[in-house]
Ligand binder design. Structure first.
Ligand SMILES: O=P(O)(O)OC[C@H]1O[C@](O)(CO)[C@@H](O)[C@@H]1O
Length: 183
């Protein structure tokens, strides 16, 4: 792609590059870790937190009881629950601590990270590797900080939710019926 290509096209090309490097088996393994009636928690800081919220919302749409860590209505976790923890660097303190504490309780932890050798990956039962450039790294993207990771995670987790909805036979109409009707 030339330097004077549209910036939108350059970003889409970057995302395609990350998605092409992803292993869809990571998503299948995460799907298989989430059983039909599991409660699902999500965690992440900053923009990784936005992706976590987005995932928790979709899980609610397809019929799961889901929570965002740190919100006042988030209840205690128990063995057999699932925590999906997102951190591009894999070392953001709060996210790693959430994952480690949950694992000790017997919660199934799914890490979403760009760094397979990170503390977050080490604390997880399953890792969804999203090899997008994260904050503080040089090269690999024209975009600011971790935008490429954030965008790719959004697509990867929408794919995971689609896989789960197909397994559970939840239609788009059923998911739509669960969407907030006062907004
Ligand atoms: O995804 P990580 O590495 O845990 O980093 C989270 C932090 O990075 C940012 O997403 C910025 O890149 C912040 O919003 C957030 O505080």
């Amino acid at each position: 792609m030339t330097d004077n290509a549209r910036i939108l096209d350059q970003i889409v090309e970057e995302i395609e590059g990350v998605i092409a490097k992803m292993d869809e088996h990571d998503l299948e393994a995460a799907r298989d870790l989430i059983a039909r009636n599991d409660r699902v928690y999500a965690t992440g800081e900053g923009r990784s937190g936005f992706q976590a919220r987005s995932f928790a919302m979709r899980m609610m749409h397809i019929g799961y009881t889901s929570y965002m860590m740190g919100e006042t209505i988030c209840p205690s976790m128990h063995e057999g629950d699932v925590l999906l923890a997102i951190s591009g660097s894999g070392k953001t303190r709060k996210t790693v601590e959430d994952a480690e504490a949950a694992r000790k309780l017997g919660v199934k932890v799914i890490a979403v990270t760009s760094k397979p050798e990170s503390p977050l990956a080490a604390a997880a039962d399953a890792v969804i590797l999203v090899p997008g450039r994260v904050k503080g790294e040089a090269g690999g993207s024209i975009q600011l900080l971790s935008s490429l990771f954030d965008q790719s995670v959004h697509i990867a987790l929408d794919a995971l939710c689609l896989m789960i909805s197909r397994r559970d036979h939840v239609s788009d109409a059923q998911a739509n019926a669960n969407h907030a009707n006062v907004e």
